[in-house]
Write a protein that binds this ligand. Structure first.
Ligand code: NCD
Length: 355
């Protein structure tokens, strides 16, 4: 078993994050210096869920470092469609590759994979849970454009319940002093309880608001997200939530001149196309920065320069996780591992759901 996985961005220290940002920044400016750094190394991308940016930026990152890639972007074309377990797929693929980047619809899937892998696992999104490499992309973009990660008023808008990029970024930004979070969503789509716990225990402040207009003049950063259609139980439930928050040029008239507008993309209708021409719209730059961020991450991981500081000791309990989207419900052989979370509560080791 290997210990330098990237499952949750918060497993690492702020010093590790700073090192990654510094390296990503150098790679962006001096790409040619890095073209042979991963020669002879293989990265597997296992995408059980659709992706454009994350998958392609990881693949482009490895190719630009001189490495090779294998994998699938649709489990239908792999033995998963024949009923192969995650356990077996990971055992096999980790023998073929030096690092595995995986995206899966179930929460906690990357953590589960890490139990059985002989090589590092990178979580490229596990259901509505976490998305650490998007967070690396986001903080790299912010540090480049804002020149600081502290004392920022940050608005998160859209599907804060199911948006894994939101969860990971809130966890990360709550570790920097002076940040204030404005959570802009409908009452049905507010952040999960474990994210509220993180916020309450941090030195940062937060408030929940119902519209962009209520807070846009105060914001330094506005992080827009789409409503995650694929996480809703029915089309009717999705329709009730869609189209509620739309950023347009009219709303931006009240915003600060140096506002940074981020979006992990893909966008549906939550940012009007007319906004793209505004110099404050950074989302396409952010997507480009994602490739440099992932180049830095691959290098650090393959050089064993990232090690989880305080690994969590799992406790085996005779309980089932209550989250129906948790990986333990689809991969039934997984040990029922729990942990004591930041709030001192017993929570599922894989998906963070409280017992
Ligand atoms: C996000 C994701 O997959 O969580 N996209 C991405 O990785 N850039 C956001 C989304 O799908 O809405």
């Amino acid at each position: 078993m290997y210990s330098g996985h990237m499952i949750d961005f918060n497993d690492y220290t702020v010093e590790d994050w700073t090192g990654l940002i510094k390296l990503a920044s150098d790679i962006r400016l001096n790409q040619r210096d890095y073209i042979h750094r991963c020669e002879g190394r293989i990265m597997a991308t296992l995408f059980y869920e659709p992706s454009t940016r994350t998958q392609m930026s990881f693949q482009a990152a490895m190719l630009r470092l001189g490495g090779q890639i294998i994998g699938f972007d649709n489990p239908v074309n792999s033995s998963v469609s024949k009923g192969e377990t995650l356990h077996d797929t990971i055992k096999i693929v980790s023998g073929y590759s030096d690092v595995i980047v995986m995206r899966h619809p179930n929460e906690g899937a990357a953590k589960a994979a890490s139990i059985y892998s002989q090589c590092p696992i990178v979580n490229a999104g596990d259901g509505g849970h976490l998305h650490p490499t998007q967070t690396l992309t986001d903080i790299f973009t912010l540090s480049d454009f804002k020149h600081r990660l502290t004392d920022l008023n940050i608005g998160f808008c859209g599907d804060l319940k199911n948006g894994r990029t939101v969860h990971s970024l809130i966890k990360a930004m709550s570790r920097f002093h002076g940040n204030k979070f404005f959570l802009i969503s409908t009452p049905e789509l507010t952040v999960p309880e474990y994210i509220k716990d993180v916020l309450e225990l941090s030195a940062c402040t937060f408030c929940e608001v119902n519209s962009i207009d209520e807070c846009i003049d105060e914001l330094d950063v506005l992080y827009m997200t789409r409503i995650q259609r694929e996480r809703f139980a029915s089309a009717e439930e999705y329709e009730k939530q869609s189209g509620v928050f739309i950023l347009n040029t009219e709303k931006l008239k009240k915003a600060k001149d140096d506002l940074s507008i981020l979006h992990p993309l893909p966008r549906v209708d939550e940012i009007e196309i007319a906004v793209d021409g505004d110099s404050r719209a950074l989302y396409f730059k952010q997507a480009e920065y994602g490739m440099y961020a992932r180049m830095a991450l691959i290098l650090k991981i393959l050089n064993s320069e990232l090690t989880i500081e305080k690994p969590v000791i799992p406790v085996l309990l005779d309980h089932f996780c209550g989250n129906p989207r948790c990986i333990t419900h689809s991969e039934k052989y997984l040990p029922h591992n729990f942990k004591t979370d930041v709030a001192g509560k017993t929570a599922c080791l894989y998906c963070d759901e409280k017992l």
